[in-house]
Design a protein around this ligand. Structure first.
Ligand code: DAH
Length: 361
């Protein structure tokens, strides 16, 4: 045995110890190297073969080697010995200084919730109640009672996430039309918050004045403009003599409170199965004030919601007499509105939980 062999073995044992990651490996290490017959023991036996001149130095080196390895072994052991409490003392250094809590950016509302909560409180101040409905819906509420024709493309698998598809459809032709009620009806993730209108009208008679915020789901390609889950806020007002003028008034008031007192709105004719007439509502661009800029693509207007007078079919399907009552409804996309408001270009930024993004709101 030479001095350089001792050095080589020391390096190897220390490296092996370093690589140990579990209690049973520690035990094996001890057996192989630290017992009487182990590597180090055997090296002491070997001292006999070392020349007289080299013996004192070799003995000293060997003792140092044993001490070092045993020390390192104990350190490792304390990390893996449960119960002794020693491991914990090593794993958690109680003397270490705590990381400073940033006072400038403590936890706060997510930009989407901030937008939604602001919308909700504006409508609450105007006397709207807040109502909720299930995210897992049936065809009856998500489509049928909202006056979607049985073959409306929005019912297609392309747009809707089904939780339970129609079991009879598996049987092929001759199975008859898809049942929309009861046990066999398909269940789906609601594609909009409009079904909550129906649920509300089913359980409450007019006058109704409510908003219905919540998460909705669509089976769409994920892009900078759309995700598979996003937030919408529905509004519904039903009573005797409710008119399109009331709708316009409420929406204008909302736009002024949300986007600023200079905001204007315009209604463009549109189509939704559950409203007649239907409109798409734009707000004057809050960036350029309507002069035209990059955000509004030089049109001066930003589309913010869909709205209209509740279709008589929807009222009667929900148990309300359309001869007596009329109503208006609207649906706002919360994520899109938040994007506009904060100048966010990619909807996915809201969901990636990057603190550098979230801290800005
Ligand atoms: N549900 C529609 C959508 O998913 C939004 C909408 C349009 C809601 C018009 C309404 C409405 O209540 O009247 O885009």
């Amino acid at each position: 045995m030479t001095l350089s062999e001792i050095t080589t073995i020391r390096e190897k044992l220390l490296a092996d110890l370093d690589g140990i990651g579990a209690a049973d490996q520690l035990e094996a290490f001890k057996l192989a190297h630290l017992t009487r017959k182990g590597t180090i023991g055997a090296m002491f036996d070997d001292l006999r073969s070392v020349s007289k001149e080299e013996k004192p130095l070799a003995g000293k080196e060997l003792n140092a080697l044993r001490q070092l390895v045993e020390e390192r072994f104990k350190e490792k052991e304390s990390l893996y010995t449960a119960g002794a409490g020693v491991g914990i003392r090593h794993a958690i250094d109680l003397t270490m200084l705590a990381r400073a809590v940033s006072v400038s950016a403590p936890g706060h509302e997510h930009p989407l919730m901030k937008t939604l909560n602001e919308m909700v409180s504006i409508f609450e101040r105007m006397g709207f109640a807040v109502e909720y409905g299930p995210e897992v819906e049936d065809d009856e509420h998500n489509f049928e009672k909202l006056n979607f024709a049985p073959d409306h493309p929005a019912r297609d698998m392309q747009d809707t996430f089904f939780v339970r598809s129609n079991p009879l459809a598996q049987q092929g032709e001759g199975a008859g039309p898809a049942p929309t009620l009861g046990e066999a009806a398909p269940l789906l993730l609601r594609t909009h918050t409009s079904p909550v209108q129906v649920r509300l009208m089913e359980r409450q008679k007019p006058p109704i004045r409510a908003i219905m915020p919540g998460r909705v789901y669509r089976n769409e390609a994920i892009s900078a403009r759309s995700g598979v889950a996003f937030f919408m806020m529905e509004g519904l007002v039903v009573g005797p003599g409710v008119s399109m003028a009331d709708l316009k008034g409420v929406l204008l008031s909302f736009a002024k409170q949300f986007f600023g007192s200079d905001a204007k709105i315009r209604l463009r004719p549109s189509f939704f199965p559950f409203t007649e007439p239907s409109a798409e509502v734009d707000v004057s661009c809050y960036i350029c004030g309507g002069k035209g800029c990059r955000v509004c693509k030089n049109s001066g207007w930003l589309e913010i919601l869909g709205a209209g007078m509740v279709h008589p079919n929807v009222l009667s399907a929900s148990g309300i007499d359309p001869e007596v009552y009329t109503g208006y409804a609207f649906g706002i996309g919360v994520d899109r509105t938040a994007m506009m408001r904060y100048g966010v270009n990619d909807i996915r930024d809201f969901f990636e939980n990057d603190a550098r993004f979230l801290e800005q709101f």
